[in-house]
Design a protein around this ligand. Structure first.
Ligand code: NAD
Length: 251
């Protein structure tokens, strides 16, 4: 329970990777602030399970982020994880989708970081963990907004890591390959349409084709790495972009 007494905000933690990270940090004693959307009864179950509070702030909205951060109070561990995907050729990419993806997958992290850092600096301890993606390192066609935002968050991670390097704070990115979550499941129909493939072909020939292990990453794998990054032994892991992608970006 080495995180007892630490408060962790995990954005996009009502589902998928964020929920697994919240569970892993909670198991080590952290006080959890959840964020994300979902049916009220499911969120109530999660807040009870994790003895957590919850913010339903829409992170595409900077004003809502400011309100969430003010309500949450000082944050020791900030996990910028909320994200969404849209799959379409760039010349058909809906402009509103581009703006939303950049706002959620990139700008939201800028806002939470700028608002959380003063408290971390005052305490001389902090952890910022950004869920990036294999798409922060390499591209795939039809994911222009997502790939641009994820390359952006990789750069933001490195920049802030340098700025806080002597403050007891580390800033790192975790870059998963394909993790079986609603985000991946929901992109299958658009990928079928964009590439003219069946569901099975998308899973095996598009998604798992990228991963030399030929298996999906588990959300719990990401939770375990987030816990490690919070340990004192990880104090010199700073500005890293840690791949958990079955070897995808090794090729
Ligand atoms: P998910 O769809 O299961 O969860 C997304 C979470 O973000 C949910 O809690 C949702 O409510 C929340 N969210 C969505 N829009 C929001 C908004 N406007 N404001 C606040 N919260 C919002 O997705 P996931 O697969 O768990 O993805 C989590 C992160 O991991 C994302 O940043 C994603 O890009 C990244 N990622 C996922 C994969 C994968 O294969 N699943 C791979 C690499 C990176």
């Amino acid at each position: 329970m080495f995180l007892a007494g630490k408060r962790a905000l995990v954005t996009g933690s009502t589902s998928g990777i964020g929920l697994a990270v919240a569970r892993a940090l909670r198991a080590e004693g952290a006080e959890i602030v959840l964020n994300g959307f979902g049916p009220a009864e499911e969120i109530a179950k999660l807040t009870e399970e994790l003895s957590a509070s919850h913010s339903g702030a829409d992170l595409t909205d900077a004003v809502a982020i400011e309100a969430m951060m003010a309500e949450a109070g000082p944050i020791d561990i900030l996990v910028n994880n909320a994200g969404m995907q849209h799959v379409a050729p760039v010349d058909e990419f809906p402009v509103a989708k581009w703006d939303t993806i950049i706002a959620l997958n990139l700008s939201a992290a800028f806002h939470t970081i700028r608002l959380a850092l003063p408290g971390m600096k005052a305490k001389g301890w902090g952890r910022v963990i950004n869920t990036a993606s294999a798409h922060s390192l390499v591209a795939s066609p039809f994911k222009s907004a997502y790939v641009a935002a994820k390359h952006g968050i990789a750069g933001l991670t490195k920049t802030v890591a340098l700025e806080v390097a002597q403050s007891g704070i580390t800033v790192n990115a975790i870059s998963p390959g394909y993790v079986w979550t609603p985000l991946v499941e929901n992109q299958i129909p658009d990928t079928m349409a964009a590439r003219g493939l069946t569901r099975e072909q998308v899973i095996n020939d598009v998604l798992l084709a990228k991963q030399p292990t030929k298996s999906f990453v588990l959300p719990e794998d990401i939770g375990a790495l987030a816990v490690f990054l919070c340990r004192d032994e990880a104090r010199n892991v700073n500005g890293a972009n840690w791949s958990v992608d079955g070897g995808w970006t090794a090729e």
